[in-house]
Design a protein around this ligand. Structure first.
Ligand code: AMP
Length: 292
């Protein structure tokens, strides 16, 4: 108990360069501290906070990266308008028990002549990868760079981005990163909407409508719990619920194997039910896993 209280009052440092991170990490490693990393794009909320708190429980020192990573945004996506507020992020990080914030400029992360790509094939081809062709290449590139800069013992990712979590686990295995990947449960708003920095884009009406994502998944989960095993019927159920709200435009409704992320024809193992839905112009995602 006492340790946690002390940790929460540790000072927090915010740095912008790779050199400063490396200097601090070397010092901590010399002192025998374990290190947890929480990669984020900032504009932090309780979802991020839960990752940071978990990292603080399981490691001596916690590094939070706050970086709106340009390489994971497609040409017509929201890189320019993505919300940013580093002062507010710093307060949340400190409260949650982080010790270091790495908040680099894009020029610090990407050399002009950089030519290396990191692509995980297979897992990135369906779901969000099919709609956002450059996204996971950008995620894998920035996360592998962060892993090399911070060299953490553990890194924390949210189950909200279920495909991202699966892709990162595969990349870590394939490339022999000596890092434990920890998946953390989805944190939701009072009405079930998964917390997301992008929720701030929603107008009052859209925000009210957005609870339909989770409501449609709850229906599907109930049906599965009652023994429904027909993939088509479950998808129809979700489709019908989402379509009952005038502000929605469905991007995808998929039921896939939770490990391979391949679409399933029948429900017999562990599945991921994942949806992506536009509410107005804002694209939101949500999911749940179900084990037979
Ligand atoms: P982002 O800043 O959106 O890139 O997210 C950074 C990390 O926080 C990712 O691992 C996300 O999966 C995770 N995250 C975002 N929203 C939530 C949430 N509502 N619950 C749990 N984790 C989340």
């Amino acid at each position: 108990m006492e340790t946690i209280v002390l940790k929460r009052h540790d000072s927090i440092k915010r740095v912008k360069t790779v050199g400063e991170v490396r200097k601090q990490i070397k010092k901590w490693k010399r002192e025998g501290f374990t290190i947890g990393l929480v990669p984020t794009m900032g504009f932090l909320h309780e979802g991020h906070e839960s990752l940071i708190k978990r990292a603080a429980e399981e490691n001596d020192k916690v590094v939070v990266s706050v970086f709106v990573n340009p390489t994971q945004f497609g040409e017509n996506e929201d890189l320019g308008s993505y919300p940013r507020d580093i002062k507010r992020d710093e307060v949340l990080c400190k409260k949650a028990g982080a010790n270091l914030i790495f908040n680099p400029e894009p020029s610090e992360m990407y050399y002009k002549d950089a030519s290396t790509v990191v692509n995980v094939n297979g897992l990135t081809e369906g779901l969000c990868g099919a709609r956002r062709p450059v996204h996971f290449g950008g995620v894998c590139l920035v996360v592998s760079k962060l892993f090399n800069i911070v060299t953490p013992d553990r890194a924390y990712f949210g189950e909200k981005d279920a495909q991202q979590l699966a892709v990162i686990k595969k990349m870590v295995k394939d490339l022999n990163f000596d890092i434990e990947i920890v998946g953390c449960p989805i944190v939701r708003e009072f009405d079930g909407l998964a917390k997301s920095s992008r929720n701030t884009y929603l107008s009052f009406e859209e925000r009210k409508a957005a609870s339909i994502l989770n409501e449609s998944l709850i229906l599907a989960k109930k049906a599965l719990n009652l023994g429904e095993r027909n993939v088509g019927r479950i998808k129809d159920m979700i489709n019908e619920k989402l379509s009952s709200e005038i502000l929605t435009r469905i991007d995808y409704i998929e039921i896939v194997d939770s490990l391979s992320l391949e679409p399933v024809q029948s429900i017999s193992s562990s599945i991921l039910v994942a949806i992506a839905v536009y509410i107005g112009r804002t694209r939101l995602i949500d999911n749940f896993t179900f084990k037979v």
